[in-house]
Ligand binder design. Structure first.
Ligand code: IPE
Ligand code: IPE
Ligand code: MG
Length: 241
């Protein structure tokens, strides 16, 4: 659906909790990693659909700070998948005008993966059509904690006056400091919870929970959810005339 059909209400920033890969694979009698591979292919499809749908910012939850609790085999399989995704998609993302950023704590990630993430950010820095942000080892509480730690250091060093700290100050220390807040957060797989995703940033986001498992979530499904968003009335605490 062209952006024009959705009127002025097309969400500028959509965030997605891509959930259900494991159940999708299990339902097919396959290992969970098979589901993650299918999920990665969906990412490419959804990213490619963004320009036509008028989505300028897309933020996707790929690995949470809690996902380390999974088996070592699944965790290392996912890390390998992230490296493969970068290798496979880098040139296409560059050619398609996608600027890639990563959010989350990089300290616990393999240095080789971190280097590839840095390189992809650098490579696509020139792009401005779609801003794709991939959350790896990301947790909302962890992000706010790290931001607070850095802010506290600035206060302790006398560079920021504690009394001047407001919400905007803290926002500048978040991983997402260059991004607008998400207008719409989508979670697939039927779970209705946010699982520590963009806690601060989604204060006024609309939520859409869809039953479809992530590997089955097509560009058409995405367009349908976005069209539904266009009909919502966002009040931000005010009373609209
Ligand atoms: C989401 O799918 C991907 C990651 C969390 C990495 P899951 O792996 O959580 O799939 P389910 O929820 O077990 O089906
Ligand atoms: C959230 O999904 C994290 C990602 C999609 C990366 P989970 O599957 O980890 O969340 P819970 O455990 O169901 O809350
Ligand atoms: Mg899950």
């Amino acid at each position: 659906m062209p952006a024009a059909d959705m009127g002025p209400q097309a969400p500028e920033h959509v965030a997605i909790i891509m959930d259900g890969n494991g159940r999708w694979a299990t339902a097919r009698g396959r290992p969970r990693l098979f589901g993650h591979q299918a999920g990665a292919r969906r990412v490419s499809e959804i990213v490619a659909a963004c320009p036509e749908l008028g989505v300028r910012y897309l933020t996707i939850f790929a690995f949470s700070t809690e996902n380390w609790k999974r088996t070592q085999a699944e965790v290392s399989g996912l890390m390998t998948l992230f490296r493969r995704y970068i290798i496979k998609e880098a040139q296409r993302l560059l050619a398609n005008g996608v600027r890639v950023r990563f959010i989350g704590d990089r300290d616990r990630l393999d240095p080789k993966l971190v280097r590839m993430m840095d390189d992809l950010e650098e490579l696509t820095r020139v792009n401005d059509l779609v801003h794709l942000t991939i959350a790896i080892n990301y947790g909302g509480r962890d992000e706010v904690t790290r931001a607070t730690r850095r802010l506290a250091r600035e206060v302790a060093a006398g560079r920021i006056d504690a009394e001047s700290v407001d919400a905007e100050t803290l926002s500048r220390f978040l991983d997402t400091h260059t991004l607008p807040d998400p207008d719409l957060v989508i979670r697939t797989s039927g779970e209705a919870r946010i699982s520590n995703f963009l806690l601060w940033q989604s204060a006024y986001s609309e939520y859409e929970f869809v039953d479809t498992l992530w590997p089955d979530f097509t560009a058409e499904d995405f367009a349908r959810v976005l069209a539904g968003f266009g009909k919502r009335e966002r009040r931000f605490g005010a009373v609209l005339a």
